[in-house]
Design a binder for this molecule. Structure first.
Ligand code: SF4
Length: 227
């Protein structure tokens, strides 16, 4: 078992330092060319891999151009265009409704505030944070996806369970200026090393400061269950 630094703030800063060195090019892996495409890609990525979303959005973004076209698309047709994505029926409906609001209430532009974004169909705080950060250069929160959730708990940064509560705690301890990058670093490390089922602790740059490290620790703090 690794030994975490004295405070969660120091622990978070050390994690950021080490992961930045390990993943210097870490960034968002969804592909998009404008804010609307970003919004749609993020809605589609819920419980679906970014690779799968990128494959599906390539023809989608060639077929539909602008919020009117999505808003006016028949539900069955848009759903069929998304049919390799998880929950494609619901997501097609979210996209049509969100685009309708964008046309009717926002002059066809993707809004740039948390309140306006989360009022759109299918958009929660996580999706809104991604769109604000990458579409508008506004960082007012930390995106907590499944990797951030798991790693933050394993590494002793939080004991909270719900993404919204984890986000609030992380905002207290992740260094200013790194809120956006923290998510991408956790995602890269979560994919490469600290995977959900079988983390490779023996080859982890955080092992000596990780209280879940499998060498000695018997508990995976992400789940609270024994390894
Ligand atoms: S791979 Fe192991 S040591 Fe590294 S962060 Fe994950 S649980 Fe901790």
């Amino acid at each position: 078992m690794g030994t975490p630094l004295d405070t969660r703030r120091e622990q978070a800063a050390e994690i950021v330092d080490r992961l930045e060195e390990a993943y210097p090019d870490s960034t968002i892996s969804l592909r998009y060319e404008n804010r609307l495409q970003l919004l749609i890609a993020v809605i589609l990525s819920a419980q679906c891999t970014d690779d799968r979303v990128n494959k599906e959005t390539k023809p989608l973004f060639e077929k539909y151009d602008g919020p009117e076209e999505y808003a006016n698309a028949p539900q069955e047709e848009l759903a069929a265009d998304l049919n390799s994505i998880t929950y494609y029926n619901s997501k097609a409906e979210y996209i049509r409704n969100a685009c309708q609001s964008i046309v009717e209430e926002h002059d066809g532009e993707v809004p740039d505030t948390m309140d306006e974004l989360t009022a759109l169909s299918g958009v929660g705080r996580k999706t809104a944070n991604v769109v604000l950060q990458h579409g508008h250069d506004v960082v007012e929160g930390i995106v907590v996806d499944t990797h951030v959730q798991r790693l933050s708990r394993r590494l002793g940064l939080t004991e909270e369970q719900r993404p919204e509560a984890i986000e609030q705690e992380l905002m207290e301890i992740v260094p200013d200026g790194y809120w956006q990058q923290f998510t991408h670093l956790c995602i890269d490390h979560g994919r490469a090393t600290c995977t959900a089922r079988n983390p490779n602790c023996a080859d982890c740059v955080l092992a000596d400061i990780c209280p879940s490290e499998k060498g000695d620790s018997e508990i995976d703090l992400a789940s609270g269950e024994p390894w």
